[in-house]
Design a protein around this ligand. Sequence first.
Ligand code: AVW
Length: 250
Amino acid sequence: IVIVIIAVVLGLTLRQNKSEFESTFLSGCEKFNQYDCKKLWGVFQQAYVDKDPCKVPVEAYDPLIAAAPFKPQCNKTMFWSKTKDVVHGFTEKRKDCFVTLEDTLLGSVLDGLTWCGKEGSNDTFTSGCPGWSECENNPVRSFWICASAAFADVACGDVTAMLNGSINTPFNPTSIFASVEVPRFNASRVKKLNVVVVIQKNNISNCNHSSLKNLTQALDTGITYGCKDVSESRIQECGAKPEIACGACW
Ligand code: AVW
Protein backbone atom coordinates (compact mmCIF):
# COMPACT_ATOMS: atom_id res chain seq x y z
CA ILE A 1 0.00 0.00 0.00
CA VAL A 2 2.92 2.39 0.76
CA ILE A 3 4.35 1.74 -2.69
CA VAL A 4 0.97 2.43 -4.28
CA ILE A 5 0.69 5.75 -2.42
CA ILE A 6 4.23 6.75 -3.42
CA ALA A 7 3.52 5.79 -7.03
CA VAL A 8 0.28 7.80 -7.09
CA VAL A 9 1.90 10.88 -5.49
CA LEU A 10 4.85 10.64 -7.88
CA GLY A 11 2.52 10.21 -10.83
CA LEU A 12 0.44 13.21 -9.77
CA THR A 13 3.57 15.35 -9.25
CA LEU A 14 4.88 14.50 -12.71
CA ARG A 15 1.48 15.11 -14.24
CA GLN A 16 1.26 18.47 -12.45
CA ASN A 17 4.71 19.55 -13.71
CA LYS A 18 3.62 18.66 -17.17
CA SER A 19 0.40 20.58 -16.99
CA GLU A 20 2.09 23.55 -15.30
CA PHE A 21 4.17 24.14 -18.42
CA GLU A 22 1.13 23.49 -20.58
CA SER A 23 -0.92 25.97 -18.53
CA THR A 24 1.81 28.59 -18.88
CA PHE A 25 1.78 28.04 -22.64
CA LEU A 26 -2.00 28.15 -22.88
CA SER A 27 -2.52 31.21 -20.66
CA GLY A 28 0.21 33.12 -22.51
CA CYS A 29 -1.36 32.12 -25.81
CA GLU A 30 -4.92 33.01 -24.81
CA LYS A 31 -3.93 36.65 -24.28
CA PHE A 32 -3.64 36.90 -28.04
CA ASN A 33 -7.17 35.59 -28.87
CA GLN A 34 -7.59 34.71 -32.55
CA TYR A 35 -5.57 31.48 -32.20
CA ASP A 36 -6.57 27.93 -31.40
CA CYS A 37 -4.20 27.63 -28.44
CA LYS A 38 -4.89 23.94 -27.77
CA LYS A 39 -4.01 23.17 -31.35
CA LEU A 40 -0.85 25.30 -31.16
CA TRP A 41 0.19 23.45 -27.99
CA GLY A 42 -0.18 20.16 -29.87
CA VAL A 43 1.88 21.41 -32.82
CA PHE A 44 4.51 22.85 -30.45
CA GLN A 45 4.89 19.57 -28.54
CA GLN A 46 5.40 17.59 -31.74
CA ALA A 47 8.70 19.43 -32.28
CA TYR A 48 10.45 17.87 -29.27
CA VAL A 49 8.41 15.22 -27.39
CA ASP A 50 9.69 11.67 -27.46
CA LYS A 51 13.01 12.93 -28.88
CA ASP A 52 16.59 12.98 -27.65
CA PRO A 53 16.84 16.62 -26.39
CA CYS A 54 20.08 17.05 -28.33
CA LYS A 55 18.47 15.95 -31.60
CA VAL A 56 15.81 18.59 -32.17
CA PRO A 57 16.72 20.41 -35.38
CA VAL A 58 15.70 23.99 -36.18
CA GLU A 59 13.22 22.72 -38.82
CA ALA A 60 11.29 20.81 -36.16
CA TYR A 61 9.53 24.11 -35.37
CA ASP A 62 8.55 24.91 -38.97
CA PRO A 63 5.00 23.54 -38.46
CA LEU A 64 4.61 25.68 -35.33
CA ILE A 65 5.69 28.86 -37.14
CA ALA A 66 3.35 27.93 -40.01
CA ALA A 67 0.47 27.56 -37.54
CA ALA A 68 1.13 30.99 -35.95
CA PRO A 69 2.91 32.99 -38.66
CA PHE A 70 4.50 36.37 -37.97
CA LYS A 71 2.61 39.23 -39.56
CA PRO A 72 4.73 41.73 -41.45
CA GLN A 73 4.73 45.00 -39.50
CA CYS A 74 6.56 47.31 -41.84
CA ASN A 75 8.70 50.02 -40.20
CA LYS A 76 7.99 48.63 -36.71
CA THR A 77 10.19 45.55 -36.53
CA MET A 78 12.77 45.77 -33.78
CA PHE A 79 15.78 43.46 -33.47
CA TRP A 80 18.26 43.49 -30.62
CA SER A 81 21.40 41.88 -29.29
CA LYS A 82 22.58 41.99 -25.65
CA THR A 83 20.03 44.72 -24.89
CA LYS A 84 17.09 42.53 -23.84
CA ASP A 85 15.96 44.48 -20.76
CA VAL A 86 16.19 47.97 -22.22
CA VAL A 87 14.48 46.91 -25.47
CA HIS A 88 11.58 45.13 -23.82
CA GLY A 89 11.21 47.82 -21.14
CA PHE A 90 10.72 50.19 -24.05
CA THR A 91 8.56 48.10 -26.43
CA GLU A 92 6.12 47.03 -23.72
CA LYS A 93 5.23 50.71 -23.27
CA ARG A 94 5.47 51.78 -26.90
CA LYS A 95 3.72 49.06 -28.89
CA ASP A 96 2.72 51.89 -31.19
CA CYS A 97 6.40 52.28 -32.21
CA PHE A 98 8.08 48.89 -32.32
CA VAL A 99 7.46 45.14 -32.11
CA THR A 100 10.12 42.63 -31.07
CA LEU A 101 9.95 38.87 -31.53
CA GLU A 102 9.13 38.61 -27.82
CA ASP A 103 6.06 40.82 -28.32
CA THR A 104 4.54 38.31 -30.77
CA LEU A 105 2.47 35.32 -29.68
CA LEU A 106 5.14 32.61 -29.92
CA GLY A 107 7.94 34.86 -28.67
CA SER A 108 6.03 36.09 -25.64
CA VAL A 109 4.69 32.68 -24.69
CA LEU A 110 8.10 30.99 -24.74
CA ASP A 111 10.36 33.86 -23.61
CA GLY A 112 12.35 32.80 -20.56
CA LEU A 113 11.10 29.20 -20.58
CA THR A 114 13.08 25.97 -20.72
CA TRP A 115 11.61 22.76 -22.08
CA CYS A 116 12.61 19.42 -23.53
CA GLY A 117 11.36 15.92 -24.17
CA LYS A 118 12.83 12.51 -23.61
CA GLU A 119 12.97 9.43 -25.83
CA GLY A 120 10.21 7.02 -24.91
CA SER A 121 8.04 9.65 -23.16
CA ASN A 122 5.25 11.96 -24.32
CA ASP A 123 5.89 14.43 -21.50
CA THR A 124 7.40 17.89 -21.48
CA PHE A 125 10.21 18.39 -18.97
CA THR A 126 11.32 21.72 -17.56
CA SER A 127 14.41 20.59 -15.69
CA GLY A 128 17.34 18.44 -16.70
CA CYS A 129 17.18 19.96 -20.19
CA PRO A 130 20.39 20.73 -22.09
CA GLY A 131 21.79 24.25 -21.65
CA TRP A 132 21.89 26.73 -24.54
CA SER A 133 25.34 25.69 -25.78
CA GLU A 134 25.50 22.19 -24.32
CA CYS A 135 24.50 20.67 -27.62
CA GLU A 136 23.63 22.48 -30.83
CA ASN A 137 20.24 20.92 -31.59
CA ASN A 138 18.50 21.45 -28.27
CA PRO A 139 14.76 22.27 -28.16
CA VAL A 140 15.12 25.82 -26.80
CA ARG A 141 17.96 26.99 -29.04
CA SER A 142 16.39 25.46 -32.15
CA PHE A 143 13.11 27.21 -31.39
CA TRP A 144 14.74 30.64 -31.04
CA ILE A 145 16.76 30.18 -34.22
CA CYS A 146 13.69 29.05 -36.16
CA ALA A 147 11.51 31.87 -34.80
CA SER A 148 14.21 34.52 -35.30
CA ALA A 149 14.70 33.44 -38.92
CA ALA A 150 10.96 33.57 -39.62
CA PHE A 151 10.66 36.95 -37.87
CA ALA A 152 13.54 38.35 -39.96
CA ASP A 153 11.99 36.91 -43.15
CA VAL A 154 8.91 39.12 -42.79
CA ALA A 155 10.79 42.29 -41.77
CA CYS A 156 10.00 45.15 -44.12
CA GLY A 157 10.49 48.86 -44.67
CA ASP A 158 12.75 50.52 -42.13
CA VAL A 159 13.89 48.04 -39.50
CA THR A 160 15.62 48.89 -36.22
CA ALA A 161 18.18 47.03 -34.12
CA MET A 162 19.27 47.94 -30.60
CA LEU A 163 22.85 46.97 -29.88
CA ASN A 164 24.85 47.33 -26.68
CA GLY A 165 27.52 50.03 -26.38
CA SER A 166 28.76 48.64 -23.07
CA ILE A 167 30.33 45.49 -24.50
CA ASN A 168 33.44 44.83 -26.60
CA THR A 169 31.65 43.63 -29.73
CA PRO A 170 28.21 45.19 -30.25
CA PHE A 171 27.80 43.24 -33.51
CA ASN A 172 28.94 39.76 -32.53
CA PRO A 173 29.12 37.19 -35.36
CA THR A 174 27.99 34.41 -32.99
CA SER A 175 24.79 36.23 -31.93
CA ILE A 176 21.41 35.30 -33.34
CA PHE A 177 21.10 38.83 -34.69
CA ALA A 178 24.32 38.51 -36.71
CA SER A 179 24.17 34.83 -37.65
CA VAL A 180 20.45 34.30 -38.24
CA GLU A 181 18.60 37.60 -38.69
CA VAL A 182 20.85 39.97 -40.66
CA PRO A 183 21.60 37.39 -43.39
CA ARG A 184 17.86 37.06 -44.02
CA PHE A 185 17.13 40.76 -44.52
CA ASN A 186 16.08 40.94 -48.13
CA ALA A 187 16.52 44.17 -50.10
CA SER A 188 13.22 43.59 -51.88
CA ARG A 189 11.44 43.99 -48.53
CA VAL A 190 13.84 45.85 -46.21
CA LYS A 191 14.65 49.41 -47.21
CA LYS A 192 16.87 50.51 -44.35
CA LEU A 193 18.48 49.19 -41.16
CA ASN A 194 18.59 51.74 -38.35
CA VAL A 195 21.02 50.68 -35.64
CA VAL A 196 20.62 52.19 -32.20
CA VAL A 197 23.69 51.75 -30.02
CA VAL A 198 22.51 51.96 -26.43
CA ILE A 199 24.92 54.18 -24.51
CA GLN A 200 25.24 53.77 -20.75
CA LYS A 201 27.57 55.62 -18.37
CA ASN A 202 30.56 53.40 -18.94
CA ASN A 203 30.14 52.71 -22.62
CA ILE A 204 33.14 51.32 -24.46
CA SER A 205 31.63 51.17 -27.95
CA ASN A 206 29.43 53.31 -30.17
CA CYS A 207 28.44 53.67 -33.83
CA ASN A 208 32.13 53.97 -34.79
CA HIS A 209 32.95 50.47 -33.53
CA SER A 210 34.75 48.28 -36.07
CA SER A 211 32.24 45.41 -35.67
CA LEU A 212 29.55 47.66 -37.16
CA LYS A 213 31.61 47.85 -40.33
CA ASN A 214 31.13 44.09 -40.58
CA LEU A 215 27.41 44.67 -40.18
CA THR A 216 27.29 47.10 -43.12
CA GLN A 217 29.22 44.56 -45.20
CA ALA A 218 26.83 41.75 -44.28
CA LEU A 219 23.79 43.70 -45.46
CA ASP A 220 22.15 42.78 -48.75
CA THR A 221 23.08 45.31 -51.47
CA GLY A 222 20.32 47.86 -51.66
CA ILE A 223 19.62 48.06 -47.93
CA THR A 224 20.58 51.47 -46.56
CA TYR A 225 22.35 51.63 -43.20
CA GLY A 226 22.12 54.19 -40.44
CA CYS A 227 23.43 54.25 -36.86
CA LYS A 228 22.73 56.45 -33.85
CA ASP A 229 24.23 56.51 -30.38
CA VAL A 230 21.33 56.90 -27.97
CA SER A 231 21.56 57.10 -24.19
CA GLU A 232 19.65 54.53 -22.19
CA SER A 233 17.92 57.38 -20.33
CA ARG A 234 16.59 58.83 -23.60
CA ILE A 235 15.13 55.41 -24.52
CA GLN A 236 13.48 55.22 -21.10
CA GLU A 237 12.15 58.74 -21.47
CA CYS A 238 10.57 57.81 -24.79
CA GLY A 239 9.02 54.76 -23.15
CA ALA A 240 7.57 56.88 -20.37
CA LYS A 241 6.21 59.66 -22.59
CA PRO A 242 3.68 58.47 -25.14
CA GLU A 243 3.37 62.05 -26.39
CA ILE A 244 6.83 61.75 -27.97
CA ALA A 245 6.33 60.62 -31.58
CA CYS A 246 7.98 57.30 -32.45
CA GLY A 247 10.10 59.01 -35.06
CA ALA A 248 11.29 61.61 -32.53
CA CYS A 249 12.53 59.12 -29.92
CA TRP A 250 16.06 59.27 -31.34
P1 AVW B 1 21.60 37.85 -27.08
P2 AVW B 1 21.09 37.59 -29.88
N1 AVW B 1 22.77 30.89 -23.17
O1 AVW B 1 21.31 39.01 -26.18
O2 AVW B 1 21.54 38.51 -30.98
C1 AVW B 1 21.46 31.02 -22.91
O3 AVW B 1 22.98 37.33 -27.09
O4 AVW B 1 21.76 36.26 -29.84
O5 AVW B 1 21.22 38.39 -28.54
N2 AVW B 1 20.62 31.73 -23.66
C2 AVW B 1 21.12 32.37 -24.71
C3 AVW B 1 22.48 32.31 -25.07
C4 AVW B 1 23.33 31.53 -24.24
N3 AVW B 1 24.66 31.41 -24.50
N4 AVW B 1 22.67 33.06 -26.18
C5 AVW B 1 21.47 33.57 -26.50
N5 AVW B 1 20.54 33.14 -25.61
C6 AVW B 1 19.12 33.46 -25.64
C7 AVW B 1 15.84 37.15 -31.26
C8 AVW B 1 18.68 34.10 -24.38
O6 AVW B 1 17.30 33.87 -24.23
C9 AVW B 1 15.44 38.61 -31.35
F1 AVW B 1 14.72 38.79 -32.50
C10 AVW B 1 18.95 35.54 -24.65
O7 AVW B 1 18.19 36.40 -23.86
C11 AVW B 1 16.73 39.40 -31.35
O8 AVW B 1 16.82 40.24 -32.49
C12 AVW B 1 18.57 35.65 -26.10
O9 AVW B 1 18.91 34.39 -26.66
C13 AVW B 1 17.82 38.39 -31.35
O10 AVW B 1 17.21 37.10 -31.50
C14 AVW B 1 19.25 36.75 -26.84
O11 AVW B 1 20.62 36.62 -26.79
C15 AVW B 1 18.60 38.38 -30.05
O12 AVW B 1 19.51 37.33 -30.05
